[in-house]
Ligand binder design. Structure first.
Ligand SMILES: [Zn+2]
Length: 384
């Protein structure tokens, strides 16, 4: 497990209680394991014992795929529609909006269609501007990271900045935001979207699936309010947004930057958190799934985050041993996962008696149906 420790990104307290350790097999040599802790001072849940900054940067560079999408996924369309509804009536159509981390401009496209016209965007993807123009007729997208926003955009002339599904990723959350806010004009509004703990507990969601490799901050409504308040941004509106198509949900918050952080900091500390129930239920679900894994040598099908989390448990299960990991995604062939090198599913034929364990929550049934047609090996499912 990596060892980079950090204070609470909201209140900077060093005192935190352990909630869950999330050991993940290293993917492509990157150990992105972490521990989830809860700050004893403000109640925020965040990841500790993190990979260092160099590992994070290298990881993001490796996984970043700049293939332009053909269309907007239904879940993203639902998020965009909800965001447009959330802003309608709260922001005049004359407001100048900048979306930091705008991707291919889908949200800007939604805002433009709803009548906002002063739109800008910033994204590190080299072809973001071209795609945004082609897909949504959106102009004004520049290339760059959020940390470089002030060098690329004139932030003093922006009325609203959008930071959508970014904050949960940032290893330097507090300093990144303070630096950005210091470049804004007092009175500038800040629109935030983050995944919401309020939706983690869901009978249709993967056990511990919300503790993904890339999410290292976990927000509920009180903690998002605390964070923005501690930086000097007053809450104007906050709304929870269920996203049933991914068995989860997010939260939208609109804030106003005052120009300086408050002098006298006080935090709302909720005694109970929905994250506790999520961890308990995930553990119960995972234990039940592990009981269905046979105590014998097996092949694991799937080289995603589900397997990265599962490998540690399989290694502990007596009699069980992983002979190999296969995945149908050709981009993963040859990639290192833990001490295994990912192979093509065609290698399953070499050992026709070895059970194949389907290691996926969402795609389990589709993979099993495919395997039953193409291989003679017994196929093992983990979930009902
Ligand atoms: Zn704290």
């Amino acid at each position: 497990m990596p060892q980079v420790s950090r204070p609470c990104p909201i209140c900077t307290s060093e005192s935190a209680a352990l909630c869950f350790t999330n050991p993940m097999a290293a993917i492509g040599g990157f150990d992105m394991s972490y521990a989830v802790v809860r700050c004893k001072h403000c109640g925020f849940h965040y990841a500790q014992q993190l990979a260092d900054n160099a590992t994070f940067s290298a990881y993001y560079q490796t996984v970043s795929k700049y293939d332009a999408p053909e269309s907007v996924a239904p879940v993203d369309q639902a998020r965009i529609d909800a965001t447009v509804r959330f802003l309608d009536g709260r922001l005049a159509k004359t407001q100048r909006i900048a979306d930091l981390g705008c991707g291919y401009g889908a949200l800007l496209g939604g805002l433009q269609a709803a009548g906002w016209h002063y739109l800008q965007g910033l994204d590190p993807a080299p072809n973001a501007a071209q795609c945004a123009l082609k897909m949504f007729g959106v102009k004004g997208i520049q290339r760059g990271l959020m940390s470089e926003a002030h060098t690329v955009l004139n932030l003093q002339e922006v009325d609203v900045i959008c930071i959508m599904c970014v904050l949960e990723h940032l290893p330097q959350l507090r300093s990144d935001l303070s630096r950005l806010f210091s470049r804004l004009r007092p009175g500038c509004k800040v629109l935030i979207e983050v995944p919401a703990i309020e939706y983690f507990l869901n009978p249709d969601s993967e056990p511990f699936g919300e503790f993904s490799l890339e999410h290292i901050q976990f927000f509920d409504a009180p903690s998002l309010t605390n964070l923005m308040y501690s930086l000097g941004a007053k809450q104007l509106a906050l709304e929870l947004l269920p996203l049933p198509m991914v068995a989860s949900g997010s939260m939208l918050g609109l804030f106003e930057w005052s120009g300086a952080p408050p002098v006298d900091l006080r935090y709302e500390y909720p005694e109970t958190s929905p994250l506790t129930a999520y961890v308990v239920e995930s553990q119960r679900q995972l234990d039940r799934a592990l009981q269905r894994v046979p105590a014998c040598p097996l092949i694991v099908y799937g080289a995603g985050s589900h397997t990265a989390r599962l490998l540690a448990h399989l290694e502990k299960k007596s009699g069980c041993s992983v002979l190999g990991i296969v995945d149908s995604n050709p981009n993963l062939a040859g990639k290192q996962m833990g001490r295994w090198s990912v192979r093509s599913p065609s290698s399953i034929h070499e050992t026709p008696d070895v059970p194949v364990l389907v290691s996926s929550f969402r795609s389990q049934n589709a993979i099993a149906a495919h395997l039953q047609k193409s291989v003679a090996n017994p196929v093992v499912l983990m979930y009902h």
